[in-house]
Design a protein around this ligand. Structure first.
Ligand code: SF4
Length: 370
């Protein structure tokens, strides 16, 4: 490994054309060799994900982060994913997020102080004690490390859209009630799928007094959902399903569980990004799909399955792009890798040790749930 030289300035990279990036990224990857693993989320653009050693949804990438060899984990995804990679990494490993502005609007919808406030309310209402004896807190992967730690410390767990069913069943085996955050849609779809009626799931609004809920509503509820959502998946509407079915009779509509309940009810299938890929992979050739998820993945599915005569289109023509995932450009990736090859660590994501401990407890529990 080279001795550290002056950090190359990001601004200079952002002026470079995409066409010059491939060769430089490949050269920096070559120089770093086995010291570096690049992880890429399915929603990354083609010019970035082609350099990923592993691509997947947040569950699969968390598994890869926990197994990664080498010194550097370069995470082409968003901030909460890189935080989880840091929590799951081995001592001495360094996690890098090529653009620190790659966040997630859903994760921003739950702040730790708001979650603590909600929990205090549940304790005061006599629904649980502070250790989680009456309510199991479950947080979606799309949340800060502080919230993951909060759940881990109170007997709770992290889940992804791949294993939310399992996490709910795990929680209900311990307590009669769950607090699920921050995505109300994933929580509602998962609860409903497990047979919980809609009127037994309530929504806690962190911006309203007492979450906007009466003590009676809280007592009756089996699942307390957090008022958060994904700005990409919430854009899909029931009429998009009607329109696409009218235009392409026989088309199969498959959607991500971050979509609204009304959309999921109209769909032929629901799945995490890995789950959606599996549905298409296992379908007979010449099947046509309309997919309700991020546009880069949908376009890639279209190309990937074209050889099998399968056609894949987006459920909504206006194109649902995750703008924060899009922030990781080839220029950012090149800048991060070339700096690492020069011995300079840039954009390191480092979770504080006290948070790390309980976040790891919650993430380890998640990795045990299928
Ligand atoms: S697709 Fe939605 S949940 Fe996923 S990173 Fe983007 S904003 Fe967050």
């Amino acid at each position: 490994m080279a001795t550290a030289t002056a950090v190359c300035s990001l601004e200079n990279y952002l002026l470079l054309p995409d066409s010059t990036m491939d060769e430089r990224i490949a050269a920096a990857r070559g120089a770093l060799g086995r010291e570096c693993v690049v992880l890429g989320h399915h929603y990354q653009r083609d010019e970035v994900i082609r350099f990923a050693d592993y691509r997947g949804d947040s569950y699969k990438l968390a598994q890869q982060a926990a197994r990664a060899g080498g010194k550097y984990i370069v995470f082409c995804g968003v901030h909460f994913m890189a935080e989880s990679a840091d929590v799951l990494s081995r001592p001495g490993q360094v996690t890098v997020l090529p653009d620190l502005n790659a966040g997630c609007s859903m994760a921003d919808m739950a702040e730790i102080t708001q979650v603590e406030n909600c929990w205090e309310h549940l304790v005061a209402a006599g629904l649980t004690d502070d250790s989680g004896a009456g309510v199991t807190p479950i947080t979606y992967m799309n949340s800060t490390a502080a919230i993951k730690a909060f759940c881990g410390e109170r007997g709770g767990v992290v889940c992804t859209s791949s294993n939310a069913d399992g996490a709910f069943q795990w929680g209900f085996a311990k307590t009669p009630k769950l607090l699920f955050l921050p995505d109300q849609h994933l929580g509602r779809n998962t609860g409903y799928n497990l047979g919980i009626p809609l009127n037994e799931m309530v929504v806690w609004d962190p911006y309203m007094l007492n979450g906007g809920l009466t003590p009676d509503r809280l007592r009756q509820a089996k699942v307390i959902l957090w008022k958060g959502h994904c700005s990409v998946h919430q854009r899909f509407l029931p009429e998009h399903v009607d329109n696409v079915r009218a235009k392409y009779p026989g088309i199969r509509v498959i959607v991500h569980p971050e979509c609204r309940w009304e959309v999921c009810q109209k769909a032929d299938g629901i799945g995490s990004t890995e789950g959606l890929l599996k549905i298409i992979r296992e379908a007979p050739s010449h099947t046509m799909f309309a997919v309700g998820t991020e546009i880069h993945l949908v376009n890639r599915m279209g190309k990937e399955f074209a050889d099998e005569g399968k056609k894949v289109i987006t459920l909504d023509d206006s194109g649902c792009l995750c703008t924060t995932m899009f922030r990781i450009s080839p220029q950012h990736l090149c800048w991060a890798l070339e700096n690492l090859a020069e011995g300079n660590i840039v954009n390191q994501i480092k979770v504080k040790d006290d948070v790390k401990h309980w976040a790891k407890v919650a993430l380890d529990r998640m990795l045990e749930i299928q």
